[in-house]
Design a protein around this ligand. Structure first.
Ligand code: SF4
Length: 418
């Protein structure tokens, strides 16, 4: 979501004649778009601000902090990082040029809620052929550990007409694949149109070639969505379905409102519908009161579901959430050990899952050259796996048929089918 917001802000600044600086030293304005979801993310921002503060000693620069951390900390950010000139919360990000251009006296902090992303902006992006399309902002789920509803506000869905208009504009701008974005896309609703219906319209009413979405809450995933992924050729065969824990007691304490059994039922439905669907997830270890046995349930879930990949974290307290009232009683060292064990297991599972890809022919959207070698192109399969294969510049931005010939835990290697 932050990447998507940065793209929209970048486009707004581009349209007003601002230029991107290559280096911070050359910039008049330095903008940090921040995340609050874990304490570590915030600590890193404070570290970056300390580094950047030296640049202000020798040159007249404005340092702007936007996004979730700006929303969460407001004025407190100025006392923690006095080099900051402007703090703009999650609903004020897109107003940045106004504050820069309208004689605002700095430092200034603006965290009022209720303003939205402008409707007619084509987000700036690093990759010409893929784009995020935000379909909703905020979240109403209030999982006990999560700061998002507090910093991004109540859930509100964007109108279907606006979303379709943006997709059409992106297609005209060369985009082949979109990712529809929301904290919980499954609860999207506009004027009687729900998420499966929105996907149907995106597929039928626009010329976009490939459609993904993120993120799905397991409690709201419907059979109609599963059917849509199965039956609509434009839908890519990947679902990111955060599990968080394999223990029902911990899931209950997390306020996730599903059981591991329900999650397995969804996995079964998805795999019956699309047998080689790629399933990815988020997992947290060391949640308050998590026992060794409950942690082992999460390991069992990884072994049982066999995720293609996972984002794995150790629990960190987020001030203001309901879990902040629990005793954070799993020692840090134990959290680290659990996380390492989980990461090692998932790495092995991902390796084995990727071996299943060997011999398959995949439709790969090529997005550029490999970072390590200009001899290899890089792209994504339908299942969102990275593939490297030999090819030429003319293939960038096109969908190529590639046969997978080998794989490790993170990357597939293939050869072009002619
Ligand atoms: S669904 Fe839960 S974890 Fe996801 S953003 Fe909402 S509150 Fe946070």
């Amino acid at each position: 979501m932050n990447l998507a917001d940065s793209g929209v802000l970048g486009a707004i600044l581009d349209s007003r004649g601002y230029n991107r600086a290559e280096k911070e030293e050359d910039a008049d304005i330095i903008i940090l778009n921040t995340c609050s979801v874990r304490e570590k993310a915030e600590t890193r921002v404070l570290g970056r601000l300390a580094e950047l503060s030296h640049l202000k000693e020798t040159a007249d620069k404005k340092i702007v902090v936007v996004g979730c951390m700006a929303q969460r900390m407001g004025d407190r950010l100025l006392s923690r990082a006095p080099c900051v000139d402007l703090v703009l919360g999650t609903d004020r990000i897109f107003d940045l040029p106004k504050f820069i251009e309208n004689g605002t006296s700095f430092p200034a902090v603006r965290t009022e809620t209720g303003l939205e992303e402008p409707a007619d902006v084509i987000p700036a992006r690093n990759n010409r052929h893929t784009a995020f399309v935000t379909i909703s902002r905020g979240c109403d789920n209030y999982c006990s550990y999560c700061i998002v509803p507090y910093v991004r506000g109540r859930e509100r869905s964007y109108p279907v007409s606006r979303i379709l208009k943006q997709i059409k504009a992106l297609v005209t701008d060369g985009v082949i694949e979109i990712t529809l974005l929301g904290q919980n896309v499954n609860s999207y609703r506009d004027d009687g149109i729900d998420f499966p219906e929105l996907l149907k319209k995106a597929a039928s009413d626009t010329d976009i070639q490939r459609i993904r979405f993120m993120t799905s809450h397991p409690k709201d995933m419907s059979d109609r969505l599963v059917e849509m992924i199965k039956s609509e050729p434009k839908m890519m065969s990947h679902v990111h379905l955060p599990l968080q824990s394999g223990s029902d007691r911990i899931l209950k304490m997390m306020g996730r409102k599903y059981t591991y059994g329900h999650y397995l039922t969804l996995v079964d439905k998805l795999r019956r519908a699309v047998p080689d669907i790629s399933l990815t997830t988020d997992l947290i270890v060391g949640f308050p009161s998590e026992t060794e046995e409950e942690f082992r349930m999460t390991l069992d879930a990884v072994n049982g579901v066999r995720f293609d990949s996972a984002f794995m974290f150790r629990y960190s307290v987020r001030e203001g959430t309901s879990a902040a009232g629990f005793d954070d009683d799993v020692p840090e060292e134990e959290k680290i050990n659990r996380l390492n064990e989980l990461i090692n297991l998932q790495k092995n599972v991902a390796y084995e899952k990727n071996q299943d890809e060997v011999g398959r022919i995949r439709s790969v959207l090529v997005d550029g050259f490999s970072r390590r070698s200009d001899n290899f192109l890089k792209g994504k399969t339908e299942g969102n796996k990275t593939v490297l294969f030999a090819g030429g510049t003319d293939m960038i931005g096109r969908v190529q048929r590639v046969k997978i010939i080998s794989a490790d835990s993170w990357t597939l290697h293939g050869e072009l089918m002619v």
